[in-house]
Design a protein around this ligand. Structure first.
Ligand SMILES: Nc1ncnc2c1ncn2[C@@H]1O[C@H](COP(=O)(O)OP(=O)(O)OP(=O)(O)O)[C@@H](O)[C@H]1O
Ligand SMILES: [Mg+2]
Length: 462
């Protein structure tokens, strides 16, 4: 698999590339400025000489004075071995020429007269900057001469070339240096990240409770550390709950299994008649039922946790569904003189079996805690966004500190008292909550003024 590029390498490369870019632009500007400077200097020299020649030509007033040209122009040629000058009359006859070898022949064949700027030409292995003009001779009637001046600029060109090479070489060197420097700087700059990753590596399941101090870290990392700490504390919380849950579950399973074993041992300890065996089996059956209910409840919760439960989408007329539930609990409630009252209706899109289970958990709890002869209310309300189903019963209040925990698995307000008897293990509300959650709803509980109320809120998807 392709290894992802490290942050250090990425930043160092970016650093080197951007430095190279800056150096390249600077180098090109420098080179351009150098070339311009040379051009200007050459132009000044060439036009200076042209002016001088122009002056001298004005002194040519007769054919005989043409012969004085070499001595007159001697001065500008002096000390300039690379200069080439051609002065030709209107018929192309050379009046004066000086310069290295055949350069003159070559230059004279070209017509530069109308060029505004000096022209750069390559001849043999030399480079020339050339200007040309048509100038008046001082004769009457006016006669003109073509003057061409070529300046050998090979030296300057060589200098520019080696300067360019130097810049490129320097740029490669600087790029390498910048890359290395960038690597050092980035590693130093990212050192808090390495420290952080080491600290993170040391976090194990047993040390989820530890937090990483954010204050000493750079500001950019503080948000990451805070999120990591929050995640750790959530993980710690879940981990604790999970391990408590497994130990609770072992506890819950141990008691019925223990009771079953004892009962079977006692039954088998001596010969008994058939009725005793039947009674023992009957009692075992009840224990098995309880175990089976507990296991299927846990399985339901495990499936809900792993998103394996997909609720059906059925239209449920709540009014009818609550009636059916009241019918079911009627005998139990009437026995204790408890009145079951319902109000409101709505059509909810949900999984019918799951909704029955959720409502049934709430109602069975309510009946368990309602004092004899009092009334439990099941009410439905609807708005365009949501449908509320609430179950309210009078009875002992749930202390505020327990309210947020009662939806947790195996949680009972007073486990020692084993409220409701050995059948109630504290999974009912957890199941109700996961049913509401997988339908996209929420559940809350309140308990005050002698009334306990559970409120399920479903999104109204009609
Ligand atoms: N209507 C209520 N009034 C007072 N306390 C309640 C009420 N409903 C629930 N509780 C408290 O919340 C706890 C958790 O309820 P839950 O339904 O989850 O468990 P359970 O009824 O004890 O057991 P199970 O539902 O598994 O049979 C109960 O043990 C009880 O202490
Ligand atoms: Mg219950």
């Amino acid at each position: 698999m392709k290894q992802p590029v490290s942050l250090t390498a990425r930043l160092s490369l970016l650093f080197a590339a951007s430095s190279a870019g800056v150096l390249l632009v600077a180098g090109l500007l420098f080179e351009h400025a150098g070339a311009n400077q040379f051009l200007e200097r050459d132009a000044v020299e060439l036009y200076g000489k042209m002016e001088f020649i122009q002056n001298e030509l004005l002194h040519i007033t007769s054919p005989s004075s043409i012969e004085t040209l070499p001595s007159r122009l001697h001065q500008i040629v002096l000390g300039h071995p690379g200069i080439a000058i051609i002065i030709a009359d209107q018929n192309g006859k050379a009046l004066f020429s000086t310069g290295p070898g055949r350069t003159l022949d070559y230059l004279s064949k070209l017509n530069w007269v109308n060029k505004l700027q000096p022209v750069t030409v390559q001849y043999a292995d030399r480079t020339y900057r050339v200007i040309a003009s048509r100038l008046n001779l001082g004769t009457i009637p006016a006669q003109t001469a073509t003057v061409e001046i070529g300046l050998d600029i090979s030296k300057n060109q060589n200098f520019l070339r080696s300067f360019k090479e130097f810049i490129w070489f320097g740029m490669v060197l600087a790029m390498m240096a910048m890359g290395w420097l960038g690597w050092v700087v980035v590693r130093k700059g990212l050192s808090p990240l390495y420290v952080l990753s080491e600290t993170m590596e040391n976090v194990s399941a047993q040390r989820l409770g530890t937090t990483i101090p954010a204050l000493d870290s750079p500001r950019e990392l503080q948000a990451v550390i805070n999120s990591f700490n929050t995640m750790l504390s959530k993980l710690d919380d879940s981990f604790q709950r999970l391990s408590n849950f497994s130990s609770d579950i072992a506890h819950e399973l141990r008691n019925p299994v223990h009771a079953l074993m004892m009962q079977t041992q006692v039954t088998l300890s001596r010969e008994r008649d058939i009725t005793d065996y039947r009674d023992a089996l009957q009692s075992n059956m009840e224990e098995f039922e309880r175990l089976s209910r507990m296991i299927s409840d846990m399985l339901f919760l495990a499936k809900a946790d792993n998103q394996q439960l997909v609720p059906k989408r059925e239209e449920i007329v709540l009014h009818d569904e609550i009636d059916r539930l009241i019918d079911y609990y009627c005998v139990l409630a009437t026995d204790r003189g408890i009145n079951l009252k319902k109000s409101g209706t709505a059509t909810l899109i949900a999984d019918k079996l799951m909704l029955q289970r959720a409502l049934s958990n709430l109602l069975s709890n309510a009946i368990r805690f309602t004092p004899d002869g009092m009334t439990i209310e099941i009410s439905v309300e609807e708005s365009t966004e949501a449908i509320w189903i609430s179950v309210t019963n009078p009875g002992p209040e749930i202390p505020a500190e327990h309210l947020s925990n009662i939806f947790e698995r195996l949680y009972r307000v007073d486990a020692a008292r084993r409220e409701g008897g050995s059948d109630n293990i504290g999974l009912g509300l957890a199941i109700t909550k996961s049913i509401v959650t997988i339908h996209g709803g929420t559940i809350d509980a309140s308990s005050c003024n002698g009334l306990t109320r559970f409120n399920m809120i479903f999104p109204n998807s009609i």
